[in-house]
Ligand binder design. Structure first.
Ligand code: ADP
Length: 644
């Protein structure tokens, strides 16, 4: 029967908590997982959105940059087209080069290269074939008679009807004079006679201006730049070579004279068009597939690109440097956008780039590359929003956790209450049943007159009275407990004398402590400090402890109540020599309804509430209680309360 009752009393404890906590965990975990998922999605979407937005912005930027380069190119082409129409072509060539529109050019006239000329066609023979000329050559080269030859060339020069014959004769005369050791006269002849305005346009069979060849010859004869006539003559030749107007000179002669002048004149200033002449000459020499007009094309020449303007009036030649500078200048005009930069990718050049774009039809296979500068722009652009998402998510999760904790607390209280009710009902019914049953039995016996003598009546009445008072005690304990649980107990805070509390408690215990099998010792220190609190409650503490000492001691009871002061506290100790309890129970005995040995409850009449009431009262008075015991050796309960 006791076991059944024990089961009944445990009913409340059997309440299963784990499903509640599993549910609670799910309540937290599911929304948290949801929030994380949404956060993750939001972040990814933000990344994508930012990438898309920036990509669109960058796309428009790179397109506009490409358009800008094309526009600049169109302007260049339109200028070149103007030059293509310019006459003479040699002058157009020089102007193109000097203006910097191209590094070099080939100018066309009716689909033929007009400058630099491919070859000079002439019906003229290389040298005059007259008898006198042949005789002069014979004297010069076969007879080795330069004096005679010079005289003959002089004669030819004077007699000749054509300027080119005269001019050639003068050059030959000077050559022979030099051979004859008359270099001074030769120089004079070349500068004064051949240098006359009459021979300005006089060209030989290859179209070369004889006068300029003569001038170079004179400079060579002067032998040194220190010669007083040298600077003037050299400057004059320099100017002729820089002059692309009339009289026209073949490009090959110009290049040759430039090189020669530079070799004999250390101070020769640079020719602005010399490099252009060299490029054009090389380009003319190579076998080149016909160009597609309007498209920049690579040439077999290293780093040289050719562009034939759509009207085919010229082919502009550019070196790599020129093109890159041109494009970078065009790009520099593009509004600078913080965080990105452009680079030009030549054909067959590949560099990692965030975005590339063609530069237009004029530049087949040329690309513009756009790259972000510094840290990843997508990261920095999206990180702000992502931070907001992140913290929103964290706040939501925090909110969920907080709400769940509140809910858990509420549930815990509800569970505790339910458990309490269950325990209470089970205990109360159990505890009340027994005394009521025995009282009813006794009363029935008395009522039916089933007794022999009046002594038995007395005994029965005493038993009824005992059961009655036990019932009252129980009910009192339940009520106290119930008040405590509902936190309705309001303790007085009166100044109290410790001795008075002790004596009241001893009075309440009545004669039970004076029973023959009980040795009770009261050991109070002198001048015990007083206490502040509720008199009745503190008396209950001592009564409950003394009551337990009696209940859980054997036939030969040794009970001691000590009172002394320690560290500003009043210490009250109740010691017995009873059955004690194991160490593991030392804390649990203060839990409500806890009983070390439930089988004893019938004998002792306890219900496991006494010590929980004691602890409640003590802690409410800012005190503490500890129990020490060894099974079979008795127990000591020490209460410490702050002294007033
Ligand atoms: P009860 O009404 O059962 O006495 P208490 O709360 O007063 O309830 O005590 C709880 C349990 O602690 C008791 O059932 C008993 O097992 C143990 N206990 C209390 N006081 C003593 C003591 N002085 N000696 C041995 N055991 C004790």
């Amino acid at each position: 029967m006791f076991r059944r009752l024990a089961r009944a009393t445990n009913m409340g404890h059997g309440f299963r908590l784990w499903p509640v906590f599993v549910l609670l965990t799910a309540v937290v975990a599911l929304p948290t997982a949801g929030v994380f998922w949404f956060m993750n999605q939001a972040m990814q979407n933000e990344h994508l959105a930012v990438r898309q937005r920036l990509t669109e912005v960058y796309r428009s930027r790179i397109l506009s940059a490409s358009e800008r380069v094309q526009a600049a190119w169109l302007e260049k082409v339109s200028n070149l087209t103007q030059y293509g129409k310019q006459e003479p072509k040699s002058e157009a060539f020089a102007d193109i080069v000097k203006s910097g529109y191209a590094n070099s050019a080939l100018l066309y006239d009716n689909a033929r290269v007009a400058y630099p000329e491919l070859s000079v066609w002439s019906s003229m023979s290389r040298e005059p074939g007259t008898k006198l000329w042949l005789e002069a050559r014979r004297q010069e080269y076969e007879n080795d008679d330069p004096q005679r030859a010079a005289a003959l060339y002089k004669e030819i020069a004077e007699q000749a009807a054509q300027d080119w014959v005269t001019a050639l004769a003068l050059v030959s005369q000077a050559r022979c004079m030099n051979k004859a050791g008359r270099s001074g006269e030769a120089i004079e002849l070349l500068i004064s006679k051949l240098g006359a305005g009459r021979f300005r346009y006089t060209a030989d069979a290859q179209g070369r201006l004889i006068q300029l060849n003569g001038l170079l010859f004179a400079l060579e004869l002067m032998d040194s730049p220190q010669n007083p006539r040298f600077p003037e003559a050299a400057r004059s030749l320099f100017e002729h070579l820089n002059n692309y107007g009339a009289p026209a000179m073949p490009a090959s002669q110009r290049r040759f004279l430039m090189q020669q002048l530079q070799s004999i004149w250390p101070d020769c200033p640079p020719f602005p068009t010399q490099a252009a002449e060299e490029i054009a000459a090389e380009f003319v020499k190579i076998e080149q597939d016909p160009l597609k007009p309007g498209q920049l094309q690579a040439t077999p020449l290293k780093d040289i690109w050719a562009y034939q303007i759509p009207d085919k009036s010229l082919i502009a030649l550019f070196d790599k440097e020129h093109l890159l500078t041109f494009m970078n200048e065009a790009l520099a005009a593009e509004d600078s956008i913080p965080g990105i930069y452009f680079t030009v990718l030549m054909p067959n050049v590949s560099e990692p780039a965030f975005m590339t774009e063609k530069i237009g039809e004029a530049f087949p296979s040329w690309h513009l590359a756009l790259n972000p500068e510094g840290p990843d722009p997508f990261e920095s652009a999206s990180s702000q929003k992502i931070t907001i998402y992140f913290w929103t998510g964290i706040l939501m999760i925090g909110g969920i956790v907080l709400l769940s904790l509140l809910l858990a607390g509420f549930l815990r209280r509800q569970i505790r209450l339910t458990r309490l009710k269950n325990d209470l009902i089970a205990n109360v019914s159990h505890e009340l049943k027994t005394p009521l049953a025995s009282t009813r039995l006794l009363v029935d016996t008395l009522r039916d007159g089933r007794y022999q003598d009046t002594a038995l009546v007395q005994e029965y009445l005493q038993m009824i009275s005992r059961e009655n008072s036990r019932l009252s005690n129980l009910i009192e304990e339940f009520l106290t407990f119930s008040r405590m649980e509902r936190n309705k107990t309001k303790f007085d805070r009166n100044p109290l004398k410790t001795e008075e509390i002790i004596h009241t408690a001893l009075e309440a215990m009545g004669e039970r402590l004076q029973a023959p099998n009980c040795h009770f010792h009261l050991d109070l220190a002198e001048g015990l400090p007083g206490l502040t609190g509720d008199r009745d409650a503190l008396v209950t503490v001592l009564v409950n402890l003394l009551d337990n000492a009696l209940k859980y001691s054997g036939d030969d009871k040794e009970i001691q109540l000590r009172g002394f002061a320690s560290n500003g506290n009043v210490v009250l100790e109740v010691q017995d020599n009873g059955m004690g309890f194991p160490r593991s129970a030392a804390k649990k005995i203060f839990d409500r309804f806890y009983q070390v040995d439930r089988t004893l409850s019938r004998q002792t009449g306890g219900c496991g509430l006494g010590l929980s009431i004691v602890r409640f009262i003590v802690t409410s008075h800012n005190g503490s209680i500890v129990a020490k015991s060894q099974p079979g050796r008795g127990s000591t309960f020490t209460v410490q309360l702050p002294a007033s």
